[in-house]
Design a protein around this ligand. Structure first.
Ligand code: NAP
Length: 257
């Protein structure tokens, strides 16, 4: 079995569940040591780590609430401590910015508290986690951001979430340019509807699921592994010439009017 990420160290935020868990499993299957970050669900993160180790991979869990003021600081001091103990170094190769919240609230219903939480977890913590990660990432490393197809086709019932994914696309372009000198690639993956807790209202409701499939060229509901494989490509050696790009993986959602 090929292990193109042997010897690499990856951090996946929000890897306790959903897409992040599948990404962590994919990177570990490719040979990376994976830091499985979680927010509130330590037991779910432990399940991710157990699944990885059962499959012959290496991983450990680290927790930090990215809605908290010191969330990024807590994350990186836990990461540094664990990596120093395991590797004698705090060096990283791959960062996947995946953790996010997506409250279903329309424009009128969005309170300042809801907006602030989405902004803090989905935008501000991504910016500063990346700033911290860049100090530790070796030249030739990889950054992959999870954005969303909602930047192209916003969901009215998740108004602030839709608006606040757009900065991730721009961050990807800015950092693609800035980090190119160090041969670090920076890309974003934009999923459509993927069956996770976040999209349960769409993906797990039979009528909504039919409506979703009706908008897609490919007639099934996307699964976390559909996204993990795209992230795996970008994070691996074959993604070396792709940077600053937003790659939509949505089964061809809304291709035509
Ligand atoms: N599912 C979709 O249809 C879809 C579509 C487009 C884009 N996306 C994007 O894909 C990414 C993953 O989504 P998903 O569907 O896998 O979501 P999910 O199943 O809801 O999982 C969210 C993950 O983020 C973590 N997280 C949430 N709030 C946090 C906080 N305050 N601090 C730290 N971690 C926190 C959660 O950790 P805990 O459980 O430990 O709290 C969990 O691991 C997100 O960036 C999302 O915007 C998803």
């Amino acid at each position: 079995m090929s292990r193109p990420l042997e010897g690499k160290v990856a951090l996946v935020t929000g890897a306790s569940r959903g897409i992040g868990r599948a990404v962590a499993q994919r990177l570990a299957a490719d040979g990376a040591l994976v830091a499985v970050h979680f927010g509130r669900n330590q037991s779910a993160a432990t399940e991710t780590v157990s699944a990885i180790t059962a499959a012959g991979g290496s991983a450990f869990a680290i927790g930090s609430d990215l809605s908290a003021k010191n969330g990024v600081k807590v994350l990186f001091s836990a990461l540094d401590e664990e990596l120093k103990a395991r590797n004698g170094s705090t060096k990283l190769d791959i960062l996947v910015n995946n953790a996010a919240v997506a409250p279903f609230v329309n424009f009128e219903g969005t309170t300042e508290e809801v907006f602030d939480e989405i902004y803090t977890v989905n935008v501000k913590s991504v910016f500063f986690a990346t700033q911290e990660a860049v100090k530790r990432i070796r030249d030739g490393g990889r950054i992959v951001n999870l954005t969303s197809a909602v930047v192209r086709t916003p969901v009215l019932d998740a108004a602030a979430y839709s608006i606040l994914k757009a900065p991730i696309d721009n961050l990807t372009k800015v950092l693609g340019q800035v980090l190119g000198e160090r041969s670090i690639t920076v890309n974003a993956v934009a999923p459509g509807v993927i069956e996770t807790d976040m999209s349960a209202a769409f993906a797990r409701d039979p009528a909504m699921a039919e409506a979703v499939k009706g908008k897609q060229a490919l007639k099934r509901i996307g699964q976390p592994e559909d996204i993990a494989d795209v992230v795996g490509f970008l994070a691996g050696p074959e993604g070396r010439w792709v940077t600053g790009q937003v790659i939509e993986a949505s089964g061809g959602s809304g291709l035509t009017f």
